[in-house]
Every structure is written in structure tokens, then in C-alpha cells.
Write a protein that binds this ligand. Structure first.
Ligand SMILES: [Zn+2]
Length: 262
């Protein structure tokens, strides 16, 4: 059934053009970039976007030649502000107490090529790993999955461990201009201009993957969302949900696990 919504579909733009909040709950704490990155790593672990200590989150802030990244060896749930490393675009540690992952080139080559990829999230969350094993991208059958509309790419050529600039560059080239890459037999990469968008998109991708295989297991045919509504929801999710989600995640994390700021 098509309902009369009082305007043409092209007018349904969503985002802050349609509505903007005026009274937002505050984040409640001032964070350094390293503390914010540690919060991202821990939060993603709490919501299931992780596989113990594998994968990393990197953040190259505007104007910086270096990037921040969580170190090799700590589980994501152990992330703290003081454990975060600063590394250069060749993957060498500039400051910090620990080793950097040899898979840092997954991150450096995306940061190098993509001005929009200021944050790069990589891990092997279970539901994405299930679809990576098929391999198959999830369908957009829930409105919050619209943040992934025209963003996903399946990299279906498995080439072993990505531990050199050459391998990282080839992977970045295969990803192209997409912001969510499902890597066959491996995991997922999410890129975004900001930390809040990177975290929110990662969470929604893992949820979308779970919904996809559950619907398949249930034997049901999924109902896709029309492209015009995907575009509307995508704008709203990025422009007026990602920041609210992230501030709320930080409030709850700092309240329950304050050592993340150490
Ligand atoms: Zn990996």
C-alpha cells in the first residue's frame, strides 16, 4: 500500500534538512583523541563487533601526518587511552609503549588514498564473518540498514594475510570508494570521515549481517526498502543519529568502565 505523505518522494530528504534537534543530552566528559579511540574500541567489543584482540581502529585527524591506533596484543575490552599508539603512514611507531599490528597496512593505505577515510575500523565480528564465508553482502531490509545504501562492496578474492604496503594497497584499490568492505574468508572494513559515523556504521553493519542470515535460516523472503526511502534514512542516520549514538555510548562506557580513560 502506498500512503499519501503530503509531498513528492524527491522532497523526502531526511537528515537535518527535515528536522534538527534543539536539546541534546551532553556527552558529559572531555576526551583526548586517544581516549575517544579507546572508547570506540571498547564499545565495539561490548556490542559484539570484535574477535578478542584481532583487528584495529585507526584515526588520522585532519592536518596530521600520523594516525592513532590501538596496539597489538591487548584485547579490545582492555583498551585504555594511554595504550593507544601514534604511527606514521609507513606503519612505524612514533610514540607509545607497544607494538603495532603488522596488519597496519590495511589502515595506512586507506588513509593514504581516501580523504574521506579519516577513521578505519577493521575486525572479524561473527555475523559479518558468517556472510564473509559465503561470501554474500547483506540486503537492506530494515530502515536502519539504510546507512549502508550504496556503501558496501564484496572483496571476494582472498589473498592471505595483509601485512605489507603492497597488499594493503591492493586491498584499498579493490575497495575503491566504498565505505564498507566485506572481505571473503576474513572480516570487514568500515571507513568514515568521523569517529561517530565509523562506530555507528560498524554497529549497524554487524546487525544487518545478523538479520540477513537469520532471515535466510528462517526461510523467509525479505522485503527490500525502496531506494528513495533508503536515501532519506541514510541522511537521517548519519546527520542526526550517529553523534547522539556515540555520545550515549561514551556516557554509559565511562560510567561503567571508567578505566577506559586511564
Ligand atoms: Zn583481519
Amino acid at each position: 500500500m502506498v500512503r499519501d505523505h503530503g509531498g513528492s518522494e524527491s522532497e523526502r530528504v531526511g537528515g537535518t534538512a527535515a528536522w534538527a534537534p534543539s536539546h541534546l543530552p551532553p556527552r558529559g566528559v572531555e576526551l583526548s583523541p586517544a581516549q575517544e579511540l579507546a572508547c570506540a574500541v571498547r564499545h565495539l567489543d561490548i556490542v559484539g563487533f570484535s574477535e578478542n584482540m584481532t583487528g584495529h581502529v585507526s584515526w588520522q585527524q585532519p592536518g596530521n601526518d600520523t594516525l592513532l591506533v590501538n596496539p597489538w596484543g591487548f584485547w579490545w575490552r582492555e583498551a585504555t587511552g594511554s595504550s593507544i599508539l601514534e604511527v606514521d603512514l609507513d606503519g612505524a611507531v612514533v610514540s607509545g609503549d607497544w607494538d603495532v599490528t603488522p596488519a597496519i597496512h590495511i589502515h595506512t593505505e586507506l588513509h593514504r588514498r581516501r580523504p574521506d577515510a579519516r577513521v578505519v575500523v577493521h575486525s572479524h565480528p561473527m555475523n559479518a564473518a558468517v556472510l564473509a564465508a559465503v561470501p554474500e553482502l547483506p540486503e537492506i531490509v530494515h530502515q536502519n540498514s539504510s546507512i549502508l545504501s550504496d556503501e558496501m562492496v564484496l572483496v571476494d578474492d582472498y589473498d592471505g594475510e595483509v601485512d605489507t604496503p603492497l597488499a594493503g594497497g591492493a586491498l584499498a584499490d579493490a575497495i575503491g570508494d566504498r565505505s564498507v568492505a566485506l572481505l571473503v574468508s576474513h572480516g570487514v572494513i568500515v571507513t568514515a570521515p568521523t569517529m561517530q559515523e565509523a562506530v555507528y556504521k560498524s554497529v549497524l553493519f554487524e546487525r544487518t549481517c545478523e538479520m540477513h542470515w537469520r532471515l535466510r535460516a528462517f526461510g523467509q523472503k525479505a522485503t527490500p526498502i525502496a531506494p528513495v526511502f533508503q536515501n532519506q534514512l541514510k541522511a537521517s542516520l548519519i546527520e542526526r543519529a550517529a553523534d547522539v549514538y556515540w555520545d550515549g555510548a561514551i556516557r554509559q562506557l565511562v560510567a561503567t568502565e571508567p578505566d577506559v580513560l586511564d
